[in-house]
Design a protein around this ligand. Structure first.
Ligand code: NAP
Length: 539
């Protein structure tokens, strides 16, 4: 462990981790195994992070569970048996709890502890954290493991507080069951959360009105019980399977290869056959069908039109089908993985309001006024997403050297180096945030990568007697320029996504994740380490 400075408080932790989701749990396990004094602070009354908070009906993972799971422990990955191809939220939460118990993590986790303040002390070269209830900690290193999607976005709809029914947000769902029977429900939003909950709510509610701003591309999950033969095959060489996945741009999906030719170089018949095959397999496999779908708008348009034709074949009312057909490039916003989403619009109790044609004017005591018409509702669901990447950090009083607030530092956008560190914020690492490829990978692959890199870095510092590490502003700006140059070669800048901050009014429009693919990103991080942490200043 890096040497403490003479002024570091004697009771300072080696590492303080904020968040006990999948990132915090693995971080605690790994760093504790190196002999470090580590503490995890978690705002919720439970471990599980995203899978504790996002418990709306139908919430489940959109990457197959055999791939959306930890790889760091062979016994863990062998003994855990997922019940479904895509695990639902309760099973994912059980898994997080199992990991906490199996690795005896709870003794170093403080639940119900929301960190409100985190200040760097330049003299003592350590961080001081304070919780909402006034408790305090000091630590030489901090890992922010609070996730890129943990700051719910509640749009400022006029009249929201006048609504006399119940208002729920997809990302802050109540723990007791919500009874939709006999209710008139309004759902605002049609992203992944809405796409998962809409079919289930529609089956129970008296009426369901969906308010859509941007139609979603949704591909069937074809969820079902785990294929035990596939599971046996994977588990026979789980380490090899994980290693092959880490060679994929997305960190998963190595069982399928893209067609050997780009979409632009094959006939219509071949293209349709390949896309049809991927539709039958389900999930993200569609976006891996051809190598040029993310880089060539014309190729992308073939895949868009393929999904639009599916929508038109499923949805009986042609006007509704047309309204559900997206016009932006597929994959530009995160693809939704669904179960019965489009078919739900064939139900007599479901209606769609296109807010581009009928803008939401205000929320009334008894519903939603849009386009001059009041749509009755006694339950209003905001499936309106998150202030992604920056929101989770900027809502904390997080100050680095010279009292620099992260909000001020990130006013022009989330400057960072390798997605892991920020100039002016020494010894603070950010997990799966802006600058990381996490949004395009199975996030657990990114989490394990980041934690392993951070652990190696801490050991390296210890061996050389360094106390602090911080990126230079120059390395940071080169890295951000690289991110933008890569994004410009893709389709990602051509729609209003949360990757760009475009869902939050007033947020700088800037592409925040690294779109270069996981292998390229991991190699870059490895090269920085091999070069003695080039781009960082060490003391
Ligand atoms: P989202 O994708 O950002 O969707 C939010 C929806 O609300 C969008 O349709 C958005 O429209 C709409 N909206 C926002 N503000 C609005 C306003 N003022 N008026 C009308 N509509 C408004 O959020 P999400 O569905 O919670 O998903 C976020 C991410 O979380 C996903 O992309 C995914 O990465 C992750 N997630 C994953 C799963 C899973 O399958 N495992 C499930 C849920 C979430 P616009 O599109 O026009 O902005």
């Amino acid at each position: 462990m890096p040497a403490p400075s003479a002024r570091t408080p004697a009771d300072a932790l080696d590492v303080l981790i904020v968040g006990a989701g999948f990132g915090g749990l693995y971080g605690l396990h790994k760093l504790r195994s190196l002999g470090l004094k580590v503490r995890v602070l978690e705002a919720a009354p439970s471990v599980g992070g995203t899978w504790y908070a996002n418990r709306y009906p139908g919430a489940r993972v959109d990457i197959q569970s055999l791939e959306y799971s930890y790889s760091f422990d062979e016994a863990l990955q062998q003994e855990w048996n997922w019940s479904e191809r895509y695990a639902a939220q309760p099973e994912l939460l059980r898994y997080a709890n199992h990991v906490a118990d199996r690795f005896d993590l709870r003794r170093d986790i403080e639940l119900d502890t929301r960190v409100e303040q985190m200040h760097f002390d330049e003299g003592a070269r350590c961080w001081h954290a304070r919780s909402a209830d006034g408790r305090a900690w000091s630590a030489r290193f901090v890992i922010m493991a609070i996730g890129p999607l943990s700051s719910p976005n509640t749009p400022a709809f006029e009249g929201l507080s006048s609504f006399e029914g119940r208002v729920l947000h997809s990302a802050a769902w109540p723990h007791e069951p919500v009874d939709f029977a006999g209710r008139d429900v309004a759902v605002i939003g049609t992203g992944s959360s809405a796409v998962q909950m809409i079919p289930i709510i529609a089956e129970q509610a008296r009426s369901l009105t969906v308010f859509q701003r941007t139609p979603a591309y949704a591909v069937p999950a074809h969820n079902g019980p785990t294929d035990r033969e596939r599971e046996r095959r994977i588990k026979a060489d789980y380490a090899g399977f994980r290693a092959r996945n880490r060679k994929m741009r997305s960190g998963f999906g190595s069982e399928l290869s893209p067609h050997p030719l780009p979409a632009m170089q094959v006939s219509d018949a071949v293209r349709d056959a390949v896309l049809e095959e991927r539709w039958a397999i389900g999930g993200f496999s569609l976006l891996g069908a051809f190598t040029d779908l993310f880089t060539d708008m014309r190729a992308n348009e073939f895949a868009c039109e393929f999904v639009r034709s599916k929508i038109r074949s499923i949805v009986q009312d042609t006007t509704v089908a047309a309204a559900l057909c997206p016009s932006h490039p597929i994959g530009c916003k995160r693809l939704c993985v669904d179960t019965g989403y489009y078919a739900t619009y064939n139900r007599a109790n479901v209606s769609l309001v296109d807010v581009n044609r009928a803008p939401i004017e205000r929320i009334t005591p008894h519903g939603v006024l849009a386009g001059g018409r009041e749509h009755a509702a006694d339950l209003l669901v905001l499936a309106t997403g998150f202030d992604a990447f920056t929101g989770p950090l900027t809502r904390i009083d997080l100050r680095g050297r010279g009292g620099l607030h992260i909000r001020d530092k990130w006013q022009p956008g989330p400057l960072n180096y390798l997605g892991l560190a920020v100039a002016g914020f020494p010894n603070l690492f950010n997990l799966v945030g802006a600058g990381s490829t996490s949004a395009f990978t199975s996030v657990i692959v990114s989490i394990e990568h980041h934690i392993d890199w951070i652990a190696d870095c801490m050991q390296w510092m210890q061996e050389r007697g360094h106390t602090t590490i911080e990126p230079t502003e120059e390395a940071e700006s080169h890295y951000v320029e690289l991110m933008h140059a890569i994004a410009q070669q893709t389709i990602f800048l051509s729609c209003n996504s949360w990757y760009l901050g475009a869902n939050i009014p007033g947020k700088p429009r800037l592409f925040m994740p690294m779109a270069g693919g996981f292998p390229m990103y991991a190699e870059r991080c490895a090269a920085v380490a091999r070069d003695g942490y080039s781009g960082f200043v060490l003391h």
